[in-house]
Ligand binder design. Structure first.
Ligand SMILES: C[S@@+](CC[C@H](N)C(=O)[O-])C[C@H]1O[C@@H](n2cnc3c(N)ncnc32)[C@H](O)[C@@H]1O
Length: 367
């Protein structure tokens, strides 16, 4: 990346071996694997290890669960290899409930994945619960109103947060400045770093096609937030289970490079169509909304006589900001995308505050 471009690679192949990626070269992993013991993924997991099919056929649910995770473990080993020291991995996963041979039980995917990462020496940090309320008519399972035979409804998924080693180091002045340029706004921090995400009501559908729904794609907003929270502009984001390519699209929007693996060759065109069908205007509206939301935040905050005066100012955006950490934030709009084979190049323009309607620096204020 030369400052105003980013590149994105799509690799069709199994992520158990990510030989195209060098050791210690990835700053962030954002992904969602097939969910063990959720039936829609039985076939794809059994193709990777036929013993899984046999275990399911023999109604041995716990063995099937373990074998499916053993397959995922190979990918987590690769994740550990390619992450830089201080790099993050954010894994979206749901637990499964399933009745096998009359035995209904929970298969706790999230805790099995946490154990796998801990065994690799990677630390688990506070995780995020993604609340997904359902209004399905069959949402309550079991014995209805009769006690001791009903089950609570799973209405959440997990976003597990891991870090390889200690804090990432930013040593030189250049590295420190670049980190500040990639900062987010104070009021964004207050929402994004909550441990409970309810993404309803956020602008999240990039392309609400049937394929997207069937592929269990996660919302654009989920990937967009995680990338902003745990990486810098110009970093490389890896998704070993790319599906429809949501992580690629969010990496484009956040000015990061990306690499994605997908085992099913059918997805190659789906991913590229997804990128082509997500208009640049949609991606830029995310940046525009962040600026507009910050503008609105300032209007409300400045109108409240009980609040302290805002003391900091960002010259790049010509806007007040709450803290000194936000004074160097730089945002970019996407100018154009080029797709050649399985490689995408994206070109950017820095946000020009003189060309957008933003509140100007207030006169006579100590900033
Ligand atoms: C839950 S979906 C990911 C959805 C994705 N986050 C999105 O937004 O579209 C999991 C994907 O992993 C793929 N997959 C399964 N096993 C894989 C493997 N070993 N290597 C690479 N991809 C794999 C599946 O084909 C599926 O597309």
């Amino acid at each position: 990346m030369d400052g105003n471009t980013s590149t994105h690679k799509i690799i069709i192949g199994a992520a158990q071996n990510m030989q195209q990626i060098e050791n210690n070269s990835i700053e962030l992993v954002v992904t969602s694997p097939p969910y063990p013991m959720i039936e829609m993924w039985d076939n794809i997991m059994s193709e990777q290890n036929p013993e899984i099919k046999t275990a399911l056929k023999n109604s041995n649910g716990l063995l099937a669960f373990e074998l499916m995770h053993k397959e995922l473990d190979k990918i987590w080993t690769e994740v550990e290899r390619v992450l830089i020291p201080g790099g993050f991995a954010c894994i979206n996963i749901g637990d499964a409930t399933r009745t096998i041979n009359g035995d209904f039980q929970l298969y706790p995917n999230h805790s099995r994945i946490i154990s796998a990462f801990q065994k690799l020496g990677i630390s688990n940090l506070p995780n995020i619960i993604w609340r997904k309320q359902t209004n399905a008519p069959n949402k309550f399972m079991g014995s209805g109103m009769l006690p001791s035979g009903a089950y609570v409804t799973l209405e959440h998924e997990w976003i597990l947060i891991f870090r390889k080693g200690g804090k990432r180091q930013f040593k030189t002045d250049g590295e420190k400045l670049h980190r500040k340029e990639s900062s987010f706004f104070w009021e964004e921090r207050n929402v994004w770093f909550s441990d409970l995400w309810d993404l309803k009501g956020t602008k999240q559908k990039i392309n609400n096609s049937e394929t997207r729904k069937r592929s269990a794609a996660f919302p654009f907003e989920l990937a967009y937030r995680l990338i902003n929270m745990y990486s810098l502009q110009g970093d490389t984001v890896l998704d070993p289970f790319l599906g429809t390519g949501t992580t690629t699209v969010a990496s484009i929007a956040t000015k990061r490079n990306s690499i994605g693996y997908e085992i099913d060759p059918m997805f190659s065109d789906i991913i590229k169509d997804n990128i082509k069908n997500t208009p640049v205007s949609f991606l830029n509206s995310y940046i525009q909304n962040r600026i507009e939301n910050h503008k609105q935040f300032l209007v409300e905050r400045n109108a409240d006589p009980k609040k302290k005066e805002i003391k900091h100012y960002n010259e790049n955006l010509k806007m007040q900001v709450m803290t000194s950490q936000e004074t160097e934030i730089k945002l970019s709009f996407i100018e154009k995308l080029e797709i050649v084979d399985n490689k995408i190049t994206c070109f950017y323009n820095s946000v020009n505050p003189d060309k957008i309607d933003l509140p100007k620096k207030k006169k006579n204020k100590a900033i």
